[in-house]
Design a protein around this ligand. Structure first.
Ligand code: ADP
Ligand code: MG
Length: 354
């Protein structure tokens, strides 16, 4: 799993920039009626009638955000789309188009970029997103991918980070911490592999964790689910940096406080057992791990009955007056201040040493 099988090696220069763009994008036929013009002109043309559009962008840098020693390029392409789509879904909008910009050094043959694009294409197809443009250039070291995602929503459906009110319920989708523990497993196996390239790791017990790290799924289903339940969140954010820093973002933007209950944090059993194996506290991982791409939102207490039985949604706390601050209420009923220890790429300077 540590090698991208590249039997063929076509140098990027053999195709040239335009040949490469044609080659990589030839399977990308637009499907949405809102895409008027996709790849092939100076700019894409979109038409959303009188709806609101949302736009978001993310930059992924080799050695900072991903490590190709254990991240297959196809997965990387898939994940790059998910990271962006998740931000669109966090506005309670539908992701519709993306542009994809890449800079690759000549270490990458055409076949490697084909793999990257196969992941992008798979994600775009599954999430019903058109790839409508991008840019392609060379880099002196490593691979950079920047994706811009565009989405659409009715004006009144858009949810900002700023609308939470005291007494609103705090709700999270899915479960937390698995992606971070998947990364710990992959880092560990990378070291084992370095020491003994013939070792055959048994990663079966960690399948869920590794999948959550390498092939995350953005929560496309939540906006339609909430619509069906007749619930409009008062605020929403996606969990890319860890639960505690996202709660802090909601609180700061909404000028409220929050109480988060440790016992309510949803954890997959695989996270609990691997945390025991690594001797780390699973709550800490859920609070600070990051890369879960779940959605965190607040709803009015009046909507409690509508969501309480839904297996996708966990109520993990409630908002308070701002002056009460932001706290974790532990299982032992201790009240600890919530602090942001989310993963910050600006601090990821140790990537060179690994
Ligand atoms: P320009 O000279 O205006 O930058 P390009 O030759 O870079 O145009 O791009 C030609 C077309 O191909 C444009 O529609 C552009 O959006 C698209 N494109 C370029 N690179 C990529 C890429 N990496 N992925 C998807 N589309 C791309
Ligand atoms: Mg260009």
């Amino acid at each position: 799993m540590f090698q991208n099988s590249q039997d063929m090696r076509t140098n990027l220069s053999e195709l040239g920039e335009f040949g490469l763009i044609d080659h990589l994008t030839k399977g990308f036929e637009p499907k949405l009626t809102s895409t008027v013009k996709a790849i092939g002109d100076d700019a894409a043309v979109l038409n959303f009638e009188n709806k609101h559009t949302v736009v978001t962008t993310d930059l992924l840098v080799e050695g900072v955000h991903f490590d190709l020693a254990y991240m297959p390029l196809k997965h990387l392409g898939y994940k790059a789309v998910m990271v962006n789509a998740s931000d669109v879904y966090a506005m309670n909008a539908k992701a519709t188009q993306i542009t994809v910009s890449i800079a690759a050094s000549n270490r990458f043959p055409v076949e490697a970029l084909e793999e990257l694009y196969s992941g992008i294409q798979l994600a775009a197809n599954l999430y019903n997103i058109d790839v409508v443009g991008g840019d392609t250039t060379s880099s002196t070291s490593g691979l950079l991918i920047s994706i811009t995602a565009i989405g659409v929503a009715e004006k009144e459906d858009i949810v900002y980070r700023s609308g939470a009110k005291p007494n609103d319920l705090l709700v999270v989708t899915g479960d937390l911490g698995a992606a971070y523990m998947g990364l710990q497993i992959l880092e560990r196996e990378k070291e084992v592999f370095k020491a003994n390239p013939n070792a055959q790791p048994d990663l079966d017990p960690y399948t869920y964790l590794i999948e959550r790290q390498l092939k995350p799924e953005a929560r496309k289903d939540i906006a339609p689910l909430l619509k069906e339940l007749g619930v409009k969140p008062t605020s929403m954010i996606d969990i890319s940096d860890g639960l505690s820093s996202e709660i802090i973002h909601l609180c700061k933007n909404s000028q409220v406080g929050a109480n988060l209950f440790e016992e309510k944090i949803p954890l997959d059993p695989a996270v609990i057992s691997v945390c025991e194996e690594f001797d780390i506290d699973s709550t800490t991982i859920a609070l600070s791990g990051g890369e879960d791409y779940e959605l965190l939102f607040t709803i009015s207490q009046d909507d409690f009955e509508k969501i309480k039985a839904n297996p996708n949604l966990s109520i993990i706390g409630h908002m308070t007056e701002e002056k009460e601050g932001m706290h974790l209420i532990t299982r032992a009923n201790q009240k600890l201040p919530l602090i942001a220890r989310g993963w910050n790429s600006m601090d990821a300077k140790d990537s060179e040493e690994k």
